[in-house]
Design a protein around this ligand. Structure first.
Ligand code: ARG
Length: 466
């Protein structure tokens, strides 16, 4: 039977202290307002730990069963919102242990044999991040599905492709959508990678040096779904690479969403009119009745700043920390939770917004037929059919563009004689080369924008996604 804990001061560590902590100390020290979100993982971790302690005969079966029953009750109380957490008890770990103590008495004290909050929190947090990754991956998949859907419907939709946000060459809208499918699939891989790397268990590393109790770390690691126990107890309690991996994967993924959000803002503007974002994802103005603002896209763009800002925060928390544990590490949760919440929100918002985008095919086509967009096609044509190298033909087409500019017309409106002045053999077939459909069709190199290539990539993606 464990000795009755002194209820004075903080009963979890108050043994050597003679006066109470100040209120402001309690405030700065407490993390329960944030880390209550680790409750499920904490109880799961404790259950595995206690079972192992009993299996190893470090505690008796009787006490183990009593603790396990108590933990299930605490878990139910938390699930039913019946447990009021106390700031005085600092964090989720001590709130749970204290409640266990209230429920089963001093035997609760056996739970903390051969562990410390340092390995406990590292274990809980890894499990939390793992769960988060498991919920984020399907959200990325939904976005990929929806981009694919848009690609499928717009395999042949001609639009201007941009470099420097200047019309560059005609492309298909489907091809542009597939670019995001590629990005998101790399994002997914990054999360899978992060998950694989984090899946080693810190539990049993205790404060930093391991423990003298005959624990079985492989048993707890397996029980909690980890690949194996972490191999160095100092590393185990002080490493937050897994959180960095998570936050950086999130930042990259969010950056991709932000780039598309930015395109939506531009494309849905009056001046572009390429797409229409549905009313359900737009807002009006309180003063200008005609307005339809792409707020959701703008907010996705801004929330991404919060996510990548969090990456810098976490890097900065870690950069000056000596090994092993320092209390600074407590701040990692707030950062990671913020990243998780914002990323989930932007992924959900983007996925739904994508299903409600109207693509203005006519406007896109008209914009793609803007002046000189097929100038590169003409240059390629001169190289393929006449005896010019690319640099020479680039010069020639440059001159033709200048000529057309002087005449205030497009290349395909130039008289054939103007072409013939340059190359007497040129015939009417030059005008086919200047046509946007032909231009797009001709870009049949692997990964190019031709509708056949786009269709082939869509088929591949559909197979891969299945
Ligand atoms: N709430 C703490 C955290 O999140 C738990 C670990 C406390 N460890 C300690 N040595 N004070 O980091």
């Amino acid at each position: 039977m464990a000795k009755k804990l002194k209820k004075k001061i903080n009963s979890m560590w108050g043994g050597r202290f003679s006066i109470q902590t100040s209120t402001i100390m309690e405030q700065i020290n407490s993390s329960i307002a944030i880390d209550h979100r680790l409750a499920e993982q904490d109880i799961k971790g404790s259950i595995a730990h206690v079972k192992m302690l009993a299996h190893q005969k470090i505690i008796s079966d009787k006490i183990s069963e009593k603790i396990l029953r108590g933990l299930v009750t605490v878990r139910d109380e938390i699930r039913n919102d019946e447990l009021e957490f106390e700031v005085r008890l600092e964090d989720i770990h001590m709130n749970i242990e204290s409640r266990l103590h209230d429920l089963i008495g001093p035997d609760a004290g056996f739970i903390h044999t051969a562990r410390s909050r340092n390995d406990q929190v590292a274990t809980d947090f890894r499990m939390w991040v793992r769960d988060s990754i498991d919920s984020i991956i399907p959200k990325i998949s939904s976005n990929m599905d929806n981009f694919l859907e848009l690609a499928e419907k717009n395999r042949e939709t001609i639009m201007p492709g941009f470099t420097h946000l200047q019309s560059a060459q005609p492309i298909t809208f489907g091809h542009h959508m597939l670019a995001y499918v590629e990005m998101l699939s790399r994002d997914k891989e990054r999360f899978f990678e992060a998950r694989r790397r984090l899946n080693e268990c810190p539990l049993g590393s205790a404060a930093l040096a391991g423990t003298s109790f005959p624990i079985d770390r492989v048993m707890t690691a397996k029980d909690l779904g980890f690949e194996k126990p972490m191999a160095n107890s100092i590393d185990a309690v002080s490493d937050r690479d897994f959180a960095l991996d998570f936050v950086s994967a999130a930042s990259i993924c969010a950056t991709h969403l932000s780039r598309f959000a930015e395109e939506l803002v531009i494309w849905s503007s009056e001046q572009f009119g390429f797409v229409q974002i549905s009313d359900s994802f737009s807002t009006g103005s309180s003063i200008m009745p005609q307005k339809r603002n792409p707020d959701a896209a703008e907010l996705i763009r801004a929330k991404v700043a919060i996510i990548s800002g969090a990456l810098i925060s976490l890097l900065t928390v870690l950069k000056g920390l000596p090994l092993a544990y320092s209390k600074d590490l407590q701040e990692d949760k707030e950062i990671v939770f913020r990243v998780n919440d914002n990323l989930c929100l932007v992924l959900d918002a983007m996925a739904e917004m994508l299903t409600e985008i109207t693509v203005n095919k006519k406007v896109l086509r008209k914009s793609a037929e803007a002046k000189f967009i097929t100038a590169t096609d003409l240059a390629d044509y001169l190289v393929s059919n006449y005896n010019y190298n690319f640099r020479q033909s680039h010069q020639i087409v440059g001159k033709l563009v200048r000529k057309a500019e002087d005449l205030d017309c497009d290349l395909n409106e130039l008289n054939i004689n103007i072409f013939k002045q340059i190359e007497p053999d040129i015939d009417e077939s030059v005008f086919d080369v200047l046509n946007v459909d032909n231009s797009v069709k001709s870009r049949g190199s692997y990964g190019g924008t031709s509708p056949t290539e786009v269709a082939a990539r869509i088929i591949e993606w559909r197979k891969r996604i299945k």
